[in-house]
Design a protein around this ligand. Structure first.
Ligand code: AOF
Ligand code: ZN
Length: 340
């Protein structure tokens, strides 16, 4: 017989795998739940499939029926304790006769939290923090957004080895190859919003949709967000009907992000240009950089980011490397910016 700690970890790993089936760019987190009987056998499983659908616990309880009585529930997020769109999982678990609840990470959503405490008061054995790091990584952007009130921001850049994102005459197509561009489109589809400034929208007239290499649209399109006070012509591609678009007429990046968090966007894909990127970086609003670096030089040309006000080595902005990979002929570097 395995000790309880080992089996707790194994079942939680299963719950995390189930959670991954949920949609990534949803308003809600990805959550998985496994119900295990007193005999140590699997009773039922469930996962959350996006806002408005049953929570993971509710899905597992529905699949279990009477067999939930006396079971242990493994949940990747603390069970909710609010009315919300679907009703409190804490009460549903207790009502079904679940005697033990093991969860990975506490719910930072103040409206929904409190399930663990309440279950404990009902005499249910409750334990939190099992595989907490893995569960945190799974919902990194959602947790960040709920905790800070602003979405996780990924700044995507494409540049040459000498850090140029456009040639001296302004031409910028194409620094990176088709594989890198396809990679960008796939990642766009997994974000809540794509953000550019009015400068980029007016100069490049981008679509800002997520497309496959054959030009067809991905099934999911992020919200297209243009930031800045200048008007856009009604003919701008970003205003076509391929995806929803929001023009935020504020200069303040912080306000724009707060507005997006209110709209349940928890992952923003920032796509330039250099002035907007510099503003976000200077305000500490970039959480992660995904840089596609082409093995090429431009010499003269436009830098990927404008002045950051850094004049001496002591002030260098250093990132935490997270990943590096070849994407076609180009190199993709992923790095995070630690919050001070
Ligand atoms: C859970 N299990 O599967 C999820 C939870 O609007 P609602 O009713 O869908 O509630 C959303 C909130 O509930 C969400 O912000 C988070 O705090 C929690 N999500 N909780 O116990 C789940 N998806
Ligand atoms: Zn719930």
């Amino acid at each position: 017989m395995q000790d309880q700690r080992t089996s707790d970890i194994e079942w939680m790993r299963r719950a995390l795998t189930l959670a991954e089936r949920g949609p990534e760019a949803d308003a809600n987190p990805r959550v998985g739940c496994v119900l295990v009987g007193a005999d140590g056998e699997l009773v039922a499983e469930g996962w959350h499939d996006g806002a408005g659908t049953p929570h993971a616990e509710a899905a597992a309880l529905a699949a279990a029926g009477d067999r939930a009585s006396g079971a242990t529930a493994y949940v990747t997020l603390e069970p909710c304790h609010h009315g919300g769109r679907t009703g409190p999982c804490s009460r549903a678990l207790a009502a079904a006769g679940v005697t033990r609840v093991v969860y990975a990470v506490s719910d930072p959503n103040v409206a929904a939290a409190g399930g663990a405490t309440w279950l404990g008061e009902q005499g249910v054995a409750v334990e939190g923090g099992v595989l907490e790091d893995e569960a945190t990584a799974l919902n990194r952007t959602w947790l960040h957004s709920v905790r800070t009130g602003r979405p996780w921001v990924t700044w995507k850049l494409a540049s040459t080895l000498d850090g140029r994102s456009a040639a001296a005459d302004g031409t910028s197509q194409w620094i990176t190859g088709p594989e890198a561009r396809a990679d960008v489109h796939e990642r766009r589809a997994r974000c809540g919003a794509i953000l550019v400034g009015t400068g980029t929208a007016l100069t490049d007239d981008p679509h800002l949709t997520a497309r496959r290499p054959d030009g067809t649209l991905h099934d999911r399109q992020p919200l297209r967000v243009v930031l800045g006070q200048r008007d856009l012509p009604t003919t701008a591609r970003v205003l076509d009907d391929a995806a929803p678009t929001l023009h935020l007429r504020t200069r303040r990046a912080q306000d724009a992000l707060a507005e997006l968090a209110r709209r349940d966007v928890h992952h923003v894909w920032l796509e330039g240009g250099p002035t907007l990127a510099a503003a976000f970086l200077a305000d500490g609003l970039v959480d992660e950089v995904v840089a596609y670096v082409a093995p090429a030089f431009l010499g003269r040309g436009r830098p990927s980011v404008s002045d950051l006000g850094i004049t001496t080595m002591a002030d260098i902005l250093r990132l935490e490397p997270a990943d590096m990979a070849f994407v076609g002929q180009d190199i993709r570097i992923t790095a995070t910016i630690p919050t001070p």
